[in-house]
Design a protein around this ligand. Structure first.
Ligand code: TNX
Length: 724
């Protein structure tokens, strides 16, 4: 019996060993060099973590994952995991040495040691991330020598549009650290919310931290029926800064100026340009969102803000925004015009340079440098020490690099993770529709050596206006959008180049999906491949993940176990699931077919001259009303011939983005064009009729709440799903 037990344990250990051997080629980001060696080290419950005095916090960090005794390092001893600083290495470089005798992690600084620790965690069974690692465990002998290509490896979170609780931000930071990201850019102000407490102006957060209902800040995206928001107190900021710093993540605060300042202007209307706005189409709502650059009081206010931010955030940078600044307000403002004359400016656009220069001086006064979005650097006249964030395109990045600016490369088409990942998923599409394959394919090959010498690094972002309305408090969507795209970001930022998709995907499937699962990340998976051949419908998934399917007209999801013989393949849709992760649906093309019957729009609101209702009637472009909706307003869709369908959706607002909508109201259906019956309340500006009992002749949506924070309503063509 005893012998059998020993055999069993040995067999288990061998299995563990082979599983591990697979792991060391699946590290993300891939280290510069991994040298495999013979043998392995066994981590026992009695193994100790020893550390240089200065590395105690890091030893404790490792201790959260590997609950071992922690001791100061004295001299090399066998059997320990030693954390050592080695000043011969560059600060973020590390050497991870695993032999039969023990594990040594040498780093050029605390940061380097952290990255050695992160790599070690990836070499262990993935359960280490969930705190569920059973000891003893073995790790194969090897020597990893590694250092990042870029000193800036960032991620941006937009807390303004969608608020996140401090504990959730911490969790997000922890997961970034596992991917060796070292900057967290916090977008702390925008039109929709002010998210950092400024003690000298508490109203910025007391009022500007919330929107909707009785707030002067009208909600523009979702959650109109709720006093929505939150903000970071200065104590929260200090806590986050400390938490992030242990994980080698620098937090860079951004206050987006002088555009994107609608929120600030609702709290302090005096920051706006001095002219009477035309509010006739907006139910009295003043929509101006750009600060007046001619008012001295504005610079005094901004100095108060900068002074406090400079004290709160140790980062050498304060990002002052500078994107998407409309000059229409400045060109109507007598003070701005007078300023232009005084300064001899010919073009109203020069006022942005003037503003940036003033802000640079303020920021410099408090010992910091400015970060700006690429538009602010276009003229080439801003401070040469500014850090420019190239977001519009790779070309825009190269342009600012050519002007001599140090640039963070983050073109939207690769790194904006608010972009939808395939045609029918949620999210923006202005930059591109892309998934992780595109991000991992990023390459600097179009950048010259000269340009490369000024690339600070790479960043990705999650802007959150499309997120707020549908998914607030639902962090799953945040992770679905950002992972595994962040894994690809990590690779590009650490190595300075992407990877072949097949090779990278093998790392994801081989180990990283499991790691993410243990971390608690509900990432997005690749959809299954669906085939319909000779009357048989089949689906195949990557890595043999379980496939589930739905069938139109039957409830719930079923596990797919074998190909389905059917004459109606269009009735089925498949998706992959694995722990909390899932893929979008996949189906044969006919599943997605939509009807486009002829219809007419009539409304109690006149149509916009430019975007007429006829545009939507042709299923072409979206149409607009000439003013915002008021209580009792309606829009009526009448079909030339009654439409038989399985589902009809009618939305106001932009496609994929509930902005410019009927804030609240209800939807009515008519089967004869005369009698209407109520079907539902509007949600996010629209309503849905599922399985109508007869052919639909007309649908009416009725507004029950005036205003939407804009001066028009967007009218879309109906979405009509055929009976399948
Ligand atoms: C552009 S990125 C913006 C943001 C939006 C984002 C949506 C940038 C500097 N401006 O205001 O949220 O697109 O993808």
């Amino acid at each position: 019996m005893q012998r059998f037990k020993i055999f069993f344990v040995l067999a288990l250990l061998m299995v563990a060993h082979y599983a591990m051997a697979a792991n060391d080629s699946s590290i993300i980001p891939r280290p510069q060099s991994v040298e495999k060696r013979k043998g392995e080290f066994t981590i026992l419950t009695t193994t100790k973590i020893t550390h240089y005095t200065s590395l105690r916090p890091l030893a404790q960090y490792l201790g959260q994952y590997l609950p071992l005794e922690i001791r100061e390092y004295n001299a090399p001893t066998t059997g320990d995991i030693a954390l050592v600083e080695n000043k011969n290495l560059s600060p973020e470089a590390y050497v991870l040495d695993i032999s039969g005798e023990g594990i040594t992690i040498e780093g050029g600084s605390q940061a380097g040691v952290l990255y050695g620790v992160e790599t070690l965690l990836q070499l262990l069974p993935s359960s280490v991330y969930g705190g569920g690692l059973a000891l003893p465990t073995m790790v194969g002998a090897c020597r990893v020598e590694d250092a990042p290509r870029f000193e800036y490896r960032g991620f941006m979170l937009d807390l303004s549009r969608t608020w996140m609780e401090v504990d959730e931000i911490k969790l997000f930071i922890e997961r970034l650290a596992h991917h060796k990201i070292n900057k967290l850019h916090l977008h702390l102000s925008d039109d929709e919310g002010w998210r950092v407490e400024i003690l000298s102006h508490p109203e910025l957060t007391k009022i500007g931290g919330y929107r909707g209902v009785d707030s002067p800040v009208a909600a523009r995206y979702g959650r109109w029926d709720e006093h929505y928001g939150g903000y970071l107190t200065q104590d929260d900021v200090r806590e986050l800064v400390e938490f992030a710093s242990l994980r080698n993540i620098e937090i860079i605060p951004e206050i987006d100026l002088p555009g994107h300042s609608h929120n600030l202007a609702r709290v302090k209307p005096e920051v706006l340009c001095r002219y009477t706005p035309d509010v006739s189409a907006s139910d009295g709502y003043d929509m101006r969102s750009v600060l007046c650059v001619a008012k001295e009081e504005n610079y005094a206010l901004l100095e108060d803000i900068v002074r406090e931010l400079a004290e709160l955030f140790p980062s050498p940078y304060i990002h002052i925004g500078g994107d998407e600044v409309s000059t229409s307000q400045w060109s109507r403002c007598p003070d701005c015009k007078a300023l232009m004359e005084r300064e001899g400016m010919k073009d109203v656009g020069e006022l942005q340079d003037y503003f940036t220069a003033r802000m640079e001086r303020i920021v410099a006064k408090y010992g910091k440098r400015t970060g700006v979005w690429n538009e602010a650097a276009r003229s080439g006249s801003i401070d040469p020490t500014s850090l420019v964030y190239g977001w519009e395109s790779a070309k825009a990045c190269r342009e600012v690099l050519d002007k001599g600016y140090t640039t963070v490369v983050m073109p939207g088409e690769y790194f904006y993770f608010d972009m939808r990942q395939s045609k029918r998923e949620e999210g923006h599409d202005w930059a591109a529709i892309f998934d992780v394959r595109k991000t991992i394919g990023f390459s600097f090959e179009d950048f010259t050596l000269e340009q490369m010498s000024r690339v600070a690094g790479v960043q990705a972002s999650f802007f959150s206006e499309a997120y707020i309305s549908r998914r607030e408090y639902d962090y799953d969507f945040l992770y679905y959008q950002t992972y595994p795209r962040i894994c690809a970001l990590s690779e590009v930022a650490w190595r300075g180049e992407g990877a072949q998709w097949e090779e990278f995907n093998a790392r994801l499937l081989g180990a990283h999906y499991s790691r993410m699962e243990a971390m608690g990340i509900d990432y997005r998976m690749m959809p299954p491949e669906v085939d319909y051949i000779d009357g048989v419908l089949s689906a195949k998934s990557e890595g043999n993940a379980l496939i589930y399917y739905t069938e139109v007209g039957s409830e719930g999801e079923k596990l797919y176990t074998a190909p389905i013989a059917t004459d109606s393949p269009q009735r089925f849709a498949f998706r992959v699931r694995r722990a909390g992760a899932h893929s979008p649906e996949a189906a044969v093309a006919a599943h997605w077919r939509m009807l486009q019957p002829k219809f007419k729009i009539t409304s109690s609101i006149a149509e916009s001259e430019r975007y007429t209702y006829a545009g939507a009637e042709r299923y072409g472009r979206i149409a607009r009303t000439a003013r915002v909706g008021k209580e009792g307003d309606w829009i009526l869709y009448t079909f030339e011939e009654a439409v038989k369908c399985r589902r009809m959706e009618i939305y106001t607002g932009n496609l994929q983005l509930p902005r410019y909508i009927f804030n609240a109201g209800y939807m009515e259906v008519s089967y004869d064009g005369v009698k209407f019956e109520r079907v539902c309340e509007l949600e996010n500006g629209g309503g849905v009729i599922d399985n109508p009992r007869r052919a639909i002749k007309a649908v009416r949506i009725v507004c029950s709440e005036s205003g939407n924070g804009a001066n028009f309503v967007t009218v879309q063509a109906p979405k009509i799903y055929p009976v399948l």
